[in-house]
Design a protein around this ligand. Structure first.
Ligand SMILES: CC(C)(COP(=O)(O)OP(=O)(O)OC[C@H]1O[C@@H](n2cnc3c(N)ncnc32)[C@H](O)[C@@H]1OP(=O)(O)O)[C@@H](O)C(=O)NCCC(=O)NCCS
Length: 193
């Protein structure tokens, strides 16, 4: 699915990606062990060709919406956010997010992107609920979804195999009616494993 009009927030622009956006920086993110530690893409060997095919497939799909996260001032592509597959019958979809440029971590940019993209999902795509899942030890992600107004809907023990360890899976959901200010308080620790 293509986003017809770029989504703007205070510091960011979220827009569909084209072939010109896919190059070495995107590939570098997917080869960075720290970035992909909790992502299934770590099991693949990415290439620019494969990323281009992935972006094209997302853009052509009616059930997936992938957006690049760009800094509005500099125009730098710092990451991606995606919803999909969307279950249109039940009006829900799964969100995934990656801020690949590590120097921009911890500045609230993922939260800003998540909130803007969630508004798009509820208002334009008319979804009732957005879901997300992450590893219990991925505190950046747990805290991000918590701060983004998501509720924990389930804990799945020994759900992911990470190195030699079994990891807890945390399932999140945010309903259309829940204000993003609902969880607008600090939280430092994720759920216990
Ligand atoms: C998860 C990720 C998108 C967060 O990006 P970010 O831009 O650093 O996040 P933000 O700065 O918007 O922070 C959002 C919240 O998470 C918290 N957070 C961010 N990084 C954290 C970390 N390493 N440890 C603990 N909390 C962290 C922030 O403190 C903030 O909460 P606060 O406002 O209460 O302080 C980023 O770390 C990333 O891309 N990781 C690799 C890919 C990944 O794991 N994606 C998630 C898959 S489900």
């Amino acid at each position: 699915m293509i986003i017809q009009k770029p989504l703007k927030s205070k510091r960011l622009v979220l827009r569909s990606l084209g072939a010109a956006d896919i190059g070495n920086s995107y590939l570098r993110w997917l080869c960075d062990a720290e970035i992909i530690k909790y992502l299934e893409v770590r099991h693949t060997k990415p290439s620019v060709r494969q990323i281009k095919r992935y972006v094209k497939d997302c853009n052509q799909s009616e059930n997936i919406c992938l957006a690049g996260i760009f800094l509005s001032k500099e125009g730098t592509h710092i990451g991606n956010i995606k919803i999909g597959p969307i279950d249109w019958r039940n009006r829900r979809g799964e969100i995934g997010i990656l801020v690949g440029e590590k120097k921009y971590h911890g500045k609230g940019l993922a939260l800003e992107a998540l909130n803007r993209f969630a508004s798009f999902c509820f208002q334009k795509l008319k979804l009732h609920k957005i879901t997300a899942g992450c590893y219990g030890s991925n505190l950046a992600s747990v805290n991000l979804f918590h701060r983004g107004g998501f509720q924990i809907e389930g804990i799945r023990p020994d759900h992911w195999h990470l190195g030699k360890e079994w990891e807890t899976g945390v399932l999140f959901g945010r309903k259309r009616s829940i204000s993003r200010k609902a969880n607008n308080r600090k939280k430092t620790a994720g759920p216990s494993r």
